[in-house]
Design a protein around this ligand. Structure first.
Ligand code: TXA
Ligand code: MG
Length: 326
């Protein structure tokens, strides 16, 4: 039943979204429905973040484990104060990085439903840098809980077609503003303690964060993995195997190039059935999830180049690693 043709998709202009469409989408959210929408990073599956019954619909539509908490999306920095304990450091971080691909974890106020936090005492907040997302959140008049709009465990959607393919008629409306900019999810940092913890690498580079804080971020260890339960699961994975190739190395003998597709920035080490080459690591990041979906649709195994651990490459590594279960 949940085929793309049955999804209710409306095209909106990214820079100047139609006010009537945004109003309608905002009312759906306000009254407890689900709206998929574009952000700067990936498409999100939104629900009213203050209404438990609406939030539960997200978990059902995605098939998401209920112990994986959600991010609340805001249109104004000021709205953070009613949802979390916002200290001076958090104010500075928001001023420097919002709107943008950075999610911050703070101590939650009691009005945040346990369905959002999965029962944790903290809440994740973010303000996406996308005119459609901001207009929608404003129109909804509430914080919008939104995970990536894919079935749980699948590659995140970077266009409306991928949302429709995964969630089809499980959503009331899909706002289609074309391809996203970044293509990987936001960076998640924990600001609840004296040290800044990196819970998930993403669209905001670690280099920028470390320059801002003037200290090295603590990278996830077992304890911080517990803090960000989403990092425990197999994720971002197509239904075909994903293998990794490092530039300059020989292709593993177990790989049959004739039955595989290649994704990367370097010239491929063999004649693959399909090759998707990107001009930069930024483009690779933007195209990796749709590349996974395309090669999967063609019935090919996937060979993904292992990116350098610099800039967006760190987040790209994380996604490829978890898609391939390295
Ligand atoms: O770019 C993004 O962040 C996208 C767009 C739609 O905004 N959203 C997204 O949501 O990636 P999701 O649900 O796929 O990933 C949210 C991540 C998960 O790893 C989750 O465990 C973590 O944020 N998270 C949420 N609340 C948390 C909390 N209170 N403490 C620690 N981690 C939290
Ligand atoms: Mg996700």
């Amino acid at each position: 039943m949940d085929s793309a043709s049955e999804a209710n998709i409306i095209k909106v202009d990214r820079w100047n979204p139609d006010a009537g469409v945004i109003k309608r989408a905002g009312s759906i959210l306000k009254s407890g429905g689900l709206v998929a929408f574009p952000t700067d990073t990936v498409y999100g599956l939104g629900a009213n973040g203050l209404v438990p019954a609406a939030i539960r619909k997200i978990f059902i539509a995605k098939g998401r484990p209920s112990d994986n908490p959600l991010i609340l999306h805001l249109a104004k920095t000021k709205d953070a104060e009613s949802l979390a304990e916002v200290d001076a450091r958090a104010v500075e971080v928001m001023a420097a990085f919002w709107p943008g691909p950075l999610t911050i974890v703070l101590k939650a106020r009691r009005r945040v439903p346990a369905d959002v936090t999965a029962g944790l005492s903290t809440v994740a907040l973010r303000m996406p840098d996308h005119p459609v997302a901001l207009a929608l959140i404003e129109a909804a008049g509430c914080p919008v809980a939104a995970p990536s709009a894919n079935r749980s465990g699948r590659p995140s959607p970077t266009d409306a077609e991928a949302v429709a393919a995964d969630l089809g008629n499980k959503v009331d409306l899909v706002l289609d503003a074309g391809c996203v900019d970044i293509g990987l999810e936001s960076t998640v940092i924990d600001l609840t303690g004296p040290k800044v913890l990196l819970l998930r690498p993403g669209g905001t580079t670690v280099e920028r964060l470390e320059a801002f804080f003037g200290e090295l971020l603590e990278t996830p260890d077992y304890d911080s993995k517990k803090r960000s339960p989403g990092t425990r699961y197999k994720h971002y994975a197509p239904s075909v195997p994903v293998c990794v190739w490092k530039a300059g190395e020989r292709l593993d003998d177990s790989i049959d190039p004739a039955a595989s597709g290649f994704l990367g920035v370097s010239s491929p080490p063999a004649a693959f059935a399909r090759t998707i080459l990107f001009e930069s690591e930024e483009n690779y990041a933007r195209g990796v999830f749709s590349g996974f979906r395309q090669l999967e649709a063609e019935g090919l195994n996937i060979v993904a180049e292992w990116p350098r651990p610099l800039g967006i490459g760190l987040a790209l590594r994380d996604r490829i690693k978890r898609a391939s279960q390295l």
